[in-house]
Design a protein around this ligand. Structure first.
Ligand code: FAD
Length: 399
């Protein structure tokens, strides 16, 4: 593994960085205050991203797939890594706004991860949210109660989904539902439900601590009929394979959430270094034990940040190269989520009143960062998954 960012992605990184500074940062506070208002400034940006995708540059959530390369021996840096590198820079700008980007939803990554070729073509260009969480079912996603009942050429969905990011704005929602509760996790499948499908209703939007630019919806499904062809991947219930089908989604999305945490923390870290630039040695020539306590704390944060970034890059590289990466995706998400929270809060602490006030974005980044250690599996759940993989235990053996 080469530890440098691939040269071919440098232009993408630079463009995303400029966008973060010139488009996202200037409207960051505006949409932190105007919760639930749609950031219309993003429309043009999304069109630009679409253009880059059309030209084959392959950026964004929909490119984070496990398809890899036709040559099994080739080592590639592909869509997962480019998506993550772009996301770092965009979250350096604003995490809530990145989550509000049209056609860049977590549902898009879900489609990229498990859809068949026909579905990939049909859902190309859609903006897809992802709906797993229900009242009474968050971390334990195997216990979802939303049902999908086959009826002719359709499935009929019934249930309620909560905390759906982009649930109101997206063109469609990827909904997890069970075909047969008795068959447990193997019977859970995901369905693309287009906005406006009769029986699907956005009940309300949530008010939150951070990422206020991003809408978070409660959606009900009452006798909601979707074509059977909208079931993503294989409709068979393979009890031996268990949860694997829909769970593959997380192998792609968790590294991207880790990238968000890395990007958000980078914003805080850079700002704190700017605030204290007169007290830091820019060339790192002063031996660690002779630095000030302030500098030592900042260097420690930099080291943790770099470790999180490298673990995240490794998980995306494995996905690009079709290597099983469930454990590494969880390691990256656990490390980046935790370190991201620690760094953004520590930066508020170091800048004290300046860090806590609204003249700076440091307090906002600390609020925004918290969700990145919660959604797509909390810190504790990632650690549980890692422990299961290390110890060779199943989910029923280690809960
Ligand atoms: C802003 C926001 C956006 C979201 N977006 C989406 C989305 O787009 N789609 C979606 O489906 N969901 C989304 N979620 C939901 C999110 O994924 C869940 O909140 C998360 O999975 C945790 O579930 P929970 O809130 O029910 O907490 P619980 O599962 O009730 O957990 C509560 C606490 O117990 C801990 N815990 C639970 N089980 C264990 C265990 N076995 N061992 C140790 N500790 C445990 C957890 O880590 C946590 O600290 C979003 C949530 C928020 C707040």
């Amino acid at each position: 593994m080469n530890l440098q960012n691939p040269k071919k992605f440098q232009m993408l990184i630079d463009q995303a960085h400029e966008t973060a500074l010139n488009v996202l940062r200037p409207i960051s506070r505006k949409y932190d205050k105007a919760e639930h208002a749609y950031p219309k400034e993003l429309d043009m940006l999304a069109a630009l991203l679409d253009g880059m995708n059309e030209s084959g540059e392959g950026v964004g959530a929909a490119n984070a797939s496990k398809r890899g390369t036709a040559d099994p021996d080739a080592v590639v840096n592909g869509g997962n890594m480019s998506a993550a590198l772009g996301i770092i820079e965009m979250c350096y700008g604003d995490t809530g706004l990145l989550l509000s980007m049209p056609r860049q939803g977590l549902g898009n990554s879900a489609i990229a991860a498990v859809a068949n070729d026909e579905q990939l073509e049909r859902f190309k260009g859609t903006w897809a949210a992802m709906a797993i969480t229900e009242p009474g079912c968050g971390s334990d996603s195997a216990s979802i109660r939303t049902t999908a009942t086959k009826d002719g050429d359709d499935y009929i969905l019934n249930g309620e989904k909560i905390f759906v990011t982009s649930g109101e704005r997206a063109d469609s929602v990827v909904v997890w539902a069970t075909l047969d509760k008795k068959l447990g996790r193997a019977a859970i499948k995901s369905f693309v439900v287009p906005k406006g499908t009769p029986g699907m209703k956005v009940e309300r939007l949530e008010h939150k601590l951070g990422i206020k630019a991003s809408d978070t919806a409660v959606i009900s499904f009452i006798d909601c009929r979707v074509p059977a062809a909208n079931l993503l991947g294989n409709p068979e219930i393979d009890v031996a394979k268990g949860f694997a089908g829909v769970m593959e989604t997380f192998d792609n999305t968790r590294p991207l959430v880790a990238a968000m945490a890395v990007g958000c923390a980078k914003a805080s870290l850079e700002r704190i270094k700017e605030i204290f630039k007169d007290q830091l040695d820019p060339d790192y020539k002063t031996p660690y034990l002779q630095t000030s306590n302030l500098a030592a704390q900042i260097y420690r944060m930099e080291a943790e940040w770099e470790a999180a970034r490298l673990l995240m890059i490794k998980a995306t590289w494995m996905a690009d190269n079709k290597k099983p990466n469930s454990k590494e995706a969880s390691i990256a998400k656990a490390k980046a989520g935790r370190v991201g929270n620690e760094i953004t809060l520590k930066c508020v602490e170091l800048a004290a009143s300046v860090g806590y006030g609204e003249d700076e974005l440091l307090e906002k980044w600390a609020r925004d960062s918290k969700i990145l250690d919660i959604f797509e599996g909390t810190q504790q759940i990632q650690q549980l998954i890692i422990a299961r993989r290390e110890l060779g235990k199943s989910s029923s053996e280690l809960k």
